[in-house]
Design a binder for this molecule. Structure first.
Ligand code: AMP
Ligand code: MG
Length: 424
């Protein structure tokens, strides 16, 4: 494995004060991980979060034919010239959705039409029924209170998607709404890349399972639950390896097993340089892994490399750090491995509503609350506690506020990028 993480020395230009920038970390990861090439045919209902292995062009026009956008009357707009003498039009038939009118309409004729009904031959506009007046004594006659222009309330064939046009690129990550598009093209299954399996494991002598009683010095393991839920939400298969004590042999056995079972192993904890941090030793023995200090806050330490056939990402143990590094770094790695070209997180510009404190040197992913003021401007204020152990700072926030690496404190009124949690 050519993890460039190992070859970056502290005086590499990609590093600032021995720290790897977030952008460099991502590009090293993208260079090191070869996306999967295995594909499988998957049926429409199961395609969400899968990655397309082919371009998809439309085999048909959507909609396939000109049709009515309203319940009303299909007419010829030319019959409505300003000095038209005829007031009453003759209703010559009906067009329901799925049951077209078979004839053609001529001068001063119209067809009763429902939404989705095929626009009859000869017609070029639809007048909604609210603008029609029927006279009970003249059952087949109707008059109109409005003058239509050609094309009124008509949905043209191919107006949504034209036949043969490119709809999705190879590498597109399929979202729920995309199933509607694929279905409207008549596609019932399509070729996607293999689903990635991800193993998760927490390390730490102090970590206990929720439900148990804590003894002095113990805390509940929370990272695994967050990571498993985030991974499942993104459509990955998850193998949960539980909590490991800070014990070299236990860690070694688990990592060896996982390396044969999953595509990626994600661990949390034990990636710093503490005395009980065995992850590094084990990885040095079993694989090729670089220990990085990334110029981001929270989340400075991160391990990245190879463990047999599996990729390995070691997230820091602090609960906020593990979530932030998962979302900013690990998820991009997993998406890239899955063949996805959608690895970037959407950002929006927002105005700082208060001073945000930070030191220059690292990119901060502070937790904030974004809101709009009465002028419609997007503002953001910080969560009061930004400590990397304070999980509530994420739980009750609605966005990351990205404070650039070189900036120190930033003042109210300055503009920053934010990532809304709904976009992550
Ligand atoms: P470490 O990265 O192992 O040095 O851990 C850093 C901090 O995060 C310590 O306070 C740990 O107790 C805490 N921590 C580590 N793993 C977890 C976990 N899975 N759940 C909650 N806290 C954790
Ligand atoms: Mg630990």
């Amino acid at each position: 494995m050519s993890s460039k993480g190992q070859t970056l020395s502290c005086d590499s230009p990609a590093l600032t004060q021995g720290l790897l920038t977030v952008e460099t970390a991502l590009s090293v990861i993208f260079d090191s991980i070869k996306p999967v090439t295995e594909t499988e045919l998957v049926e429409l209902p199961n395609l969400v979060n899968r990655v397309l292995a082919n371009d998809i062009s439309s085999p048909i026009n959507v909609p396939p034919f000109d049709n009515s956008a309203m319940d009303g009357y299909a007419v010829r707009s030319e019959d409505f010239s300003e000095n038209a003498e005829v007031k009453h039009f003759t209703i010559v038939g009906t067009a329901f959705a799925g049951e077209p009118f078979q004839g053609k309409i001529s001068e001063y004729e119209c067809v009763r039409i429902m939404t989705g009904g095929v626009l009859p031959k000869g017609a070029d506009a639809v007048i909604m029924q609210e603008n029609a007046e029927r006279d009970n004594s003249l059952a087949s006659k109707v008059s109109f209170t409005s003058i239509p222009k050609s094309g009124l309330a008509v949905r043209r064939a191919g107006e949504d998607i034209a036949e043969n046009s490119l709809v999705f690129h190879k590498g597109h990550l399929i979202k729920p709404i995309d199933l509607g598009l694929l279905a409207s093209l008549g596609i019932e299954k399509t070729l996607v890349y293999k689903k990635i399996s991800v193993g998760i494991v927490s390390t730490g002598d102090e970590l206990m399972q929720p439900g148990s009683t804590l003894k002095a010095g113990e805390i509940y393991d929370s990272n695994r639950f967050v990571l498993e839920a985030l991974l499942r939400d993104k459509g990955f298969d998850v193998q949960n390896y539980g909590v490991l004590k800070d014990d070299r042999e236990l860690i070694k056995t688990c990592f060896l097993k996982a390396s044969k079972e999953v595509d990626v192993l994600l661990s949390s904890g034990g990636v710093s340089v503490g005395e009980a941090d065995y992850t590094k030793d084990v990885l040095d023995e079993l694989g090729t892994v670089g220990f990085w200090k990334i110029a981001m806050k929270p989340g400075k330490p991160l391990a990245f490399g190879q463990l047999g056939n599996a990729h390995f990402i070691g997230l820091p143990g602090n609960p906020v750090s593990s979530v932030v590094t998962f979302q900013q770094i690990a998820l991009a790695a997993l998406r890239h491995l899955s063949g996805s070209l959608n690895t970037a997180i959407a950002t929006h510009k927002a105005v700082l509503a208060k001073t945000f404190f930070k030191r220059a040197g690292r990119t901060d992913f502070q937790r904030g609350i974004a809101y709009t003021n009465e002028k419609g401007e997007l503002l953001v204020k910080p969560m009061p506690k930004q400590n990397s152990g304070v999980l509530s700072s994420i739980a009750f926030a609605n966005c990351y506020v990205i404070l650039p690496q070189d900036n120190g404190k930033m003042d109210a009124g300055e503009i920053v990028n934010i990532q809304l949690f709904s976009d992550i």
